[in-house]
Design a protein around this ligand. Structure first.
Ligand code: WQD
Length: 341
């Protein structure tokens, strides 16, 4: 049974990917420093699949800790999620983002080089495109200057991996995520933003439950049909399955280049107001929101052209937007109940 290391495996996308990897027959070991997750997620993964993954609490910014891990554990491939991901925070604390998002990546790649570990999947983001000139966004869209240190770490990360593949024969795939939302059907894992949610959907679910007073919609004067920005909201389970497909591509040596990258989205765009309306209709409620000023760094519209990912990965989205919005709300309700216990 192939053993795969998932860094950040207790996080939102990481935990859902661990479940799908176990479902696909892989043996999984998780590294997570718990800076943005909870060890309870480990037990909940076990409750879903029947197998609680091996787990190590390691800070990947500490080179010795990374080396010691690989001295103890042999793996056949790595999916690297562990990174800081708050766009606004990255502007305030750029060095924390470069140390964590770049430093840890370099240490992992050094261990892969020294131990001939050959398969690497990198968590990238549509942020690398900035405001694309054409929509939907294809993989050939130019990489624009990053609008935030967070986005820059994703661009630099891809370049580091590209150079490493060329120099050391590593095989790697970067998955450029659009906007992941929703929760696992079991409602045992989902999005657990610590503190005030930065992203739209968790802020909506918490507003619907009265945890937040009111949702602020950041601007309705964009060049879109209803004036609010458009994004490609993909169910996190569909995103998780894309990682399994990408890993299988590498392990079956179907990759055409050492370094490949794919846009992982639904291929459809929805505005903020459309998401609010769909959320209200799906969950049969009215949401308290107001229009406020634009948020610095937001692009007008971003949604994926998924032609290449569909063809090359043999993967496509299966879940609907309404399923994602329903599961997000049901998951948040469950959290609130559990914390009230
Ligand atoms: C979506 C839309 C906001 C909150 C970022 C990163 C991306 C990925 C996902 C990590 C925008 C609007 C939001 C709110 C609002 N990060 N909004 N009120 O900015 O598209 O993507 O998060 O994996 O890499 O770039 O996602 O959910 O923050 O915003 O009106 O309270 O919702 O203006 O138009 P974003 P988001």
């Amino acid at each position: 049974m192939k053993k795969i290391l998932i860094t950040g495996g207790l996080g939102f996308i990481g935990s859902h990917t661990v479940v799908e990897l176990q479902n696909a027959g892989f043996d999984v070991v998780i590294i997570d420093d718990l800076s943005n997750s909870s060890v309870e997620v480990l037990n909940n993964i076990g409750r879903i699949t029947g197998t609680t993954p091996e787990y190590h609490q390691i800070d990947l910014r500490v080179k010795e800790e990374v080396k010691n891990f690989f001295n103890k554990v042999n793996v056949d491939g790595i999916i690297h999620f562990a990174a800081f991901k708050a766009v606004g925070e990255s502007v305030q604390k750029p060095l924390d983002y470069y140390e964590n998002n770049i430093g840890a990546l370099v240490y992992l790649l050094q261990e892969m080089r020294d131990r001939n570990i050959d398969h690497f999947i990198f968590s990238s983001s549509c942020t690398v495109y900035g405001q694309a000139d054409e929509l939907p966004i294809t993989e050939n869209a130019p990489i624009k200057p990053a609008e935030s240190p967070y986005g820059n770490t994703k661009q630099i990360g891809e370049e580091i991996i590209r150079d490493t593949c060329k120099a050391n024969g590593l095989n790697a795939i970067a998955l450029r995520y659009f906007n992941p939302i929703g929760a696992h059907d079991s409602l045992k894992i989902g999005e657990l933003p610590l503190g005030v949610p930065q992203n739209l959907v968790p802020y909506i679910t918490q507003t619907a439950l009265g945890i937040r007073e009111q949702l602020s919609v950041y601007g309705d004067d964009y060049d879109t049909p209803d004036g609010t920005p458009i994004r490609d909201y993909i169910h996190v389970v569909d995103l998780a399955k894309a990682h399994v497909a990408a890993l299988q591509r590498l392990m079956e040596k179907k990759n055409k280049e050492n370094f490949e990258y794919f846009n992982i989205g639904t291929g459809k765009g929805n505005s903020v107001i459309e998401i609010i309306n769909a959320f209200e209709q799906t969950n049969d409620l009215k949401l308290n929101y107001k229009i406020v000023a634009r948020r610095e760094g937001d692009v007008t519209a971003a949604f994926a052209d998924t032609t290449i990912a569909n063809r090359e990965l043999g993967w496509k989205t299966e879940k609907t937007l309404n399923e994602a919005l329903k599961s997000a709300y049901e998951w948040q309700k469950k959290q609130t109940v559990d914390t009230l216990k």
